[in-house]
Design a protein around this ligand. Sequence first.
Ligand code: ADP
Ligand code: ADP
Length: 232
Amino acid sequence: MIKLQNISKTFTVNGNDVHAVKNVNLDIQDGEIFGIIGFSGAGKSTLVRCINLLERPSEGSVIVNGQDLMRLDAKALREVRKKIGMIFQHFNLMRSRTVYQNVAFPLKHSKLSKEELDKKILSLLELVDLKEKKDAYPSQLSGGQKQRVAIARALANDPDVLLCDEATSALDPQTTQAILKLLKQVNEKLGITIVLITHEMGVIKDICDRVAVMENGEVKEMGDILEIFAHP
Ligand code: ADP
Ligand code: ADP
């Protein structure tokens, strides 16, 4: 479903090249939870942002559901991006909008009727167990609740894929477990493929099917979770 072929990304900072991602190949299957682990600065975030072209790779191709994203015009890319949800470490909610309005935001140009929209938003809030907070503002929520809102918002356009960039790194261990459980549910119940990046081994071990280990912009190892963590 997601094929990254020979992806490299170089940033130029003050005339110096930073090779954030170097010649990475990844094949992510439909329906799996794929983890990318590595230390800070390893290139994980840059790589995952290449999947929806938040970063444009310097080289290589990004194929999602058979489409080469680098070849799409702006309009076609907007359509493809609707099917790729994303959540972040610091949630990125809009602070002047309520929970309801944050979740409604990606549906602004949707063709659904007002009633259908309302039903959809309430069902998303139900999925993340936040219906009773629909009129609250982000500042009134805990970190875990904010991430639940972000998950509901990311699912609003019924994506095929959910990209999670250090989604539990700002949360305490107990809240991390609850969010991972929700992501697992999203994967199993809705059949959404999940790509998750983290520096936390526990997160990978808890929910990923396969994992890539990144170091200095390169994928050093890749395989089933059991294989990767089996060696001494
Ligand atoms: P990780 O997610 O594993 O912490 P990143 O992908 O954020 O790693 O960063 C990889 C490398 O690329 C780092 O050296 C970082 O400083 C650099 N980098 C990331 N984004 C930019 C940018 N927009 N401009 C310049 N350098 C960047
Ligand atoms: P706009 O950005 O177009 O001003 P809003 O984002 O404020 O609109 O709201 C979009 C729609 O969602 C409106 O029709 C509004 O009535 C409805 N809405 C907003 N907040 C809630 C809520 N907490 N509960 C139910 N409906 C809401």
